[in-house]
Ligand binder design. Sequence first.
Ligand SMILES: C[S@@+](CC[C@H](N)C(=O)[O-])C[C@H]1O[C@@H](n2cnc3c(N)ncnc32)[C@H](O)[C@@H]1O
Length: 280
Amino acid sequence: MFDKLEKINQRPKPFEFYTAETLWTDEHISKQMLHYHLNEDVDLASRNRTFVDKSADWIMSHFKVGPGVRVGDFGCGPGLYTTRFAEAGAEVTGVDFSERSIRYAKDTAKEKGLKIDYVLQNYLEFSSDRRFDLITMIFCDFCPLSPEQRDRLLGIFRDHLADGGAVLMDVLTLNFFETTKENRSYEYAPEGGFWSPEAYYMFLSTFKYEPEKVILNKHTILEKSRIREIFNWLQCFSQDSLAAELEANELPISETYADVAGSPLKADSPQMAVVARRES
Ligand SMILES: C[S@@+](CC[C@H](N)C(=O)[O-])C[C@H]1O[C@@H](n2cnc3c(N)ncnc32)[C@H](O)[C@@H]1O
């Protein structure tokens, strides 16, 4: 028992394990995630609906999303943004590895008579002869990736942007890092819950990695017949550290905001959004 608890509290090396696939595609967990995506009131899986509407409107007006504009939404989930972009007449591609979300997104497109190209794939492996005028990655989905994965993804963005095309993405800032505390807690779900339909204990260990500005939420889920570990990494960025990663992939930042609705960045913003343009 003591050894098990020691293991639960063990701090791995930054980005040592990548378990995003379990978090988003497990049969039971993905069902809970879809509920969160579609819950209009909470900022879980997707942001609340008032914000999604406001940010989709800002994106569409800022980037003139409409007929003839090609948009690629990476980590599109159930299509909250892709649906709105396609309704404005844009040519839209959505990429996500959650089969449940992509199924929901495709059903919505069918119901609304929209032509949206949904690709069920790990976006770290995306390769196509399509070129986009705008690539979006929304709700800090860049942050769980390791430095190597981020570099790879930015290379994919660069290679799939049309000349003069733009990337819009949001990330966690150093304010978020500073205000997060290391913590240990546990949850008992005798009737099952978010992590499993079976009874479970879930231990959450939050670790901070000071030099790297990385946070880890390590979930250890103990059921009668199995133990699973899910590692949710969160890389936090300064404007300079994000700019350096983008510039290394020939994507210089042209605009910086507090969010993907175009709000001005403040000194204490927990998140920031940037526009990076491919030099033509
Ligand atoms: C935080 S959610 C955001 C969803 C959407 N952008 C929104 O704001 O409504 C992240 C999404 O990225 C997807 N995702 C995470 N890692 C992925 C990967 N490596 N390849 C493809 N999709 C991924 C998840 O399935 C999930 O739908």
